[in-house]
Design a protein around this ligand. Sequence first.
Ligand SMILES: [Cu+2]
Ligand SMILES: [Zn+2]
Length: 168
Amino acid sequence: MLKLSKSLLALTCLAVSTIALADTTVTMNITSKDGTGKSAGTVLITETKYGLLFSPNLHDLTPGAHGFHIHQNPSCDNDGMAAGGHFDPKNTGKHLGPYNNNGHLGDLPILYVNSDGTATTPVLDPRLHHIKDISQHALMVHNAGDNYSDTPEKLGGGGSRMVCGIIK
Ligand SMILES: [Cu+2]
Ligand SMILES: [Zn+2]
């Protein structure tokens, strides 16, 4: 009987490890000329059945809403500008946010920073499912917010690039 329950346990453990979904941790830094300024923490990206979940563990940010995107190039150099435009594999040329299939695939939900400068609330992008599809691109937090539109300002009005990391 003991032997049976042990093998049952082993079988259960095997099943659980087989269905475990992938995750990756992105190291984030304040942008600078060479791309790696002061450490700003990490963002854990997890594959869930609802889409990719981005769980920030960030600090030293300015409080409030910040534009949060995947940018095309795997570089944070030149104050984040080397990352290029928003990840847009379908070449839509449109910034429409995370709940619209006709725009940039790299448009993530807004990241909210607490009054103490930390960001800890996870956000989900329901259009993204596999980490491999976004690896070798940059993950970017902007200084300003994001209205998920190209008007009145292009790219949601996020302005300059505050924190950046490379998705491995
Ligand atoms: Cu951006
Ligand atoms: Zn965009």
